[in-house]
Ligand binder design. Structure first.
Ligand SMILES: *Cc1c(COP(=O)(O)O)cnc(C)c1O
Length: 370
């Protein structure tokens, strides 16, 4: 990325754009269109809504944390009628409840469903194929729109096989690129809904971005250096192989969970997500129990160890451990070691070392697969 800007109309950059589109199609597992925006994830949210929906359309937001609600909130400002299917900040979306709500919508007033694959606040992973199956079982034609910002390239996501209509992502999480780019993948049904959508605006517009000129793909000057970074990151993912990328995340997430489970025995913490199989492989949200405060621990990790824990967001308190994207064992074990050092230094209850249990678990798994 540290290089002079190049010609934006011809030459090398056209190939970079094509490589980025192809690489993104590979990670989304789609043959369909992918649009690249000089924007963050919030921009991709707006792009997804504005290209497919019209003022007054009803959307159903599946609550499982904070992010789908944020997406829906943006939709209501844009003029959508937003209904939230109530959920729980400690559980995944229940597909049976989705099916029930859709069956009650006999007139098919709901035009789209907004859901996140991994909610970065709660640390929940939603089962997208089961939500798709619930939609199918109720014979409902709503578009399925999935926020994969904290999940893509950390766990499987198969846009076409799962018949997801719109998927959004950002550059800075699993895709290992600085913040500043976001992506929207659009399937056939989304493209079919696009011409009639009256929330379309020029900057986000898919029709405009499919124009002949390279310039049109970005509705202006391409964010060249970001594209150089993205291109390199997509090549790293291809080199590692997606199955290996998912496995790395699964193993490292398992190590984090083993440590958190060990620390939780003494009562200061617990997992925010109550069901083990609903915990995400990209982020772990830790809830502090009554009488404990995460602030001193966060401060210790930041100031003494140089490790920034995620603050609890969405009113959850506690802290979050990120294990997504450009992460390896050194980073994750360093983070766990810092938390444990903090716990000991601050005199928090700690009978058994979570780090020791995490490394033992990893060693067993690595031996088993050797
Ligand atoms: C980070 C995140 C967002 C917001 O992305 P920004 O780039 O901060 O706008 C949206 N959804 C999820 C699931 C996220 O993790």
């Amino acid at each position: 990325m540290h290089r002079p800007a190049i010609d934006i109309y011809a030459g090398e950059l056209l190939q970079t754009t094509e490589d980025c589109h192809n690489g993104l199609r590979e990670v989304f597992c789609t043959q369909h269109h992918v649009f690249i925006y000089a924007a963050n994830g919030h921009g991709a949210w707006e792009a997804a809504i504005s290209n497919t929906l019209s003022r007054g359309d009803k959307v159903l937001v599946l609550e499982s944390g904070r992010f789908a609600l944020g997406w829906g909130g943006m939709g209501s400002v844009m003029g959508l009628e937003v209904e939230v299917l109530p959920g729980d900040f400690r559980r995944a979306v229940n597909p049976d409840v989705v099916a029930e709500r859709l069956r009650a919508d006999a007139a098919h007033e709901i035009k789209a469903i907004l859901v996140v694959q991994i909610d970065t606040a709660s640390g929940v992973v939603n089962d997208i194929p089961r939500i798709r199956a619930a939609m199918d079982a109720s014979g409902h034609p709503a578009l399925l729109m999935v926020d994969t910002i904290a999940s893509l390239a950390t766990m499987p996501f198969e846009m076409d096989a799962w018949r997801v209509d719109v998927a959004v992502c950002g550059s800075q999480k699993g895709l290992m690129t600085p913040p500043g780019l976001s992506f929207v993948a659009a399937g056939e049904r989304a493209m079919a809904a696009h011409p009639a959508a009256n929330l379309r605006t020029r900057y986000w517009d898919w029709t405009e971005r499919q124009g002949e000129e390279h310039y049109q793909k970005y509705c202006g000057t391409p964010p060249e250096h970001m594209l150089f970074g993205l291109d390199a990151a997509l090549k790293l993912l291809r080199q590692e192989g997606m199955e290996n990328v998912y496995r790395r995340h699964r193993l490292l997430a398992g190590a984090v969970r083993e440590a958190v489970a060990t620390w939780s025995v003494d009562g200061a913490f617990e997992f925010n997500v109550t069901e083990a199989d609903e915990r995400a492989d990209s982020v772990t949200t830790v809830k502090m129990n009554e009488g404990y405060d995460s602030r001193a621990l966060n401060q210790f990790c930041r100031e003494t160890c140089g490790v920034t824990l995620g603050l609890g967001i969405g009113g959850l308190g506690g802290f979050r451990i990120a294990h997504m994207g450009h992460v390896n064992a050194a980073m994750v074990l360093g983070t766990l070691g810092s938390v444990e050092l903090g716990m000991r230094t601050l005199g928090m209850p700690l009978t058994e070392s979570g780090v020791a249990r995490a490394t033992a678990l990893l060693a067993n798994q690595l031996r088993a697969s050797a």
